[in-house]
Design a protein around this ligand. Structure first.
Ligand SMILES: Cc1cc2nc3c(=O)[nH]c(=O)nc-3n(C[C@H](O)[C@H](O)[C@H](O)COP(=O)(O)OP(=O)(O)OC[C@H]3O[C@@H](n4cnc5c(N)ncnc54)[C@H](O)[C@@H]3O)c2cc1C
Length: 290
């Protein structure tokens, strides 16, 4: 059976304290204002949460997926959107860590903790969600450059991120095998950001659409080989899926606690609970219905 080591237990205690003392007091305000919380991002960098999977030799903290899940769950208990900040940062970092060349890891990976860079992951398109292979965006090679054309939507951290992992087809006739991945730094000409989506939850961490029109990028920004994009996307998503589960668990645990406290504050429910207890004593049971 899997058991937490002392290292995990200690991380859990630390994150729980940060969540209670630092995140919880800001949570409602972040949700209402829908402004990206720079203070939280800076604090999360200080705690190591936004560079959790980056190895120590690249300036990160080099923790594993279980640690990533612990952080995501504990923060989600007080703020789902602050947990999203942690998760998306790693989704945007993983392509570089898993498939980047040594020089890309040094150039783009080590800059994340050093310069407190925020990451984004641009896969989804208006006509390509679950069905990644039907993406329309293209990267056309000319000499030692590619030109990006197309549109991405639901880009979490869109507009605030410093580096974007962008998936585009270098060979449209090959379906998902024709997809390639690029690391794109902010500020390139031809990238237009829509206004942020007006979400009903997960506010404060923006998402938006990005239009790419003849965006020029050098071929040194290609991650892995041409055609590796689908594999890079799936491997990165697979490693962050457990944290999405942990986030959902954190939200559910908190909702359960709030609902229970609310229910117990109601006179009728308290009375019913006491009556169930008395019935159990007379019947010799434990008060449970089953
Ligand atoms: C809060 C949030 C943040 C996000 N952040 C990002 C981000 O940072 N970067 C990014 O690239 N994307 C992001 N996304 C987009 C997300 O990855 C997509 O929403 C997801 O891939 C699903 O795509 P879709 O919304 O087009 O739904 P669809 O693919 O159209 O799916 C709609 C429904 O149909 C079902 N379905 C689809 N295909 C099949 C099938 N073959 N058989 C049976 N059922 C099927 C799905 O399960 C789903 O229930 C984000 C989304 C949300 C909600």
């Amino acid at each position: 059976m899997f058991e937490f080591t002392e290292e995990y237990e200690s991380l859990l205690r630390e994150v729980r304290e940060i969540a209670e003392k630092v995140v919880k007091p800001r949570a409602k305000e972040i949700e209402e204002s829908d402004e990206f919380p720079e203070d939280m991002a800076n604090r999360f960098f200080k705690e190591g949460y936004l560079q959790i999977l980056i190895p120590e030799h690249l300036g990160g903290v080099g923790k594993d997926i279980t640690s990533f899940c612990i952080i995501s769950e504990e923060i989600a208990k007080v703020s789902a959107s602050m947990s999203l900040l942690v998760i998306v940062q790693s989704v945007g970092t993983l392509p570089i860590l898993l498939f980047g060349s040594d020089s890309q890891k040094k150039e783009y990976g080590s800059k994340i903790p050093k310069d407190h860079l925020i990451m984004a992951f641009c896969l989804t398109e208006p006509l390509a969600g679950s069905d990644v292979g039907s993406m329309q965006m293209t990267a056309t090679k000319e000499g030692n450059r590619y030109f990006l054309n197309g549109k991405k939507n639901f880009v979490t951290n869109g507009g605030v991120a410093d580096q974007y992992i962008v998936f585009a087809k270098t060979n449209p006739s090959r379906g998902r095998r024709g997809i390639s991945a690029f690391v794109v730094e902010k500020g390139l000409s031809g990238m237009t950001f829509s206004s942020k989506d007006d979400k009903i939850g997960m506010r404060g961490i923006p998402s938006c659409s990005i239009t790419f029109k003849e965006v020029p990028i050098s071929n040194v920004h290609l991650i892995g080989e041409e055609g590796d994009g689908f594999k890079i996307a799936m491997e990165s998503i697979n490693r962050s899926r457990p944290a999405i589960g942990a986030q959902a668990l954190g939200i559910a645990e908190s909702a359960m606690e709030i609902a229970t406290l609310f229910a117990m504050s109601k006179e009728t429910i308290r009375k019913a609970h006491c009556q169930a207890g008395r019935n159990a004593i007379y019947a010799g049971g434990d008060g449970d219905d089953d």
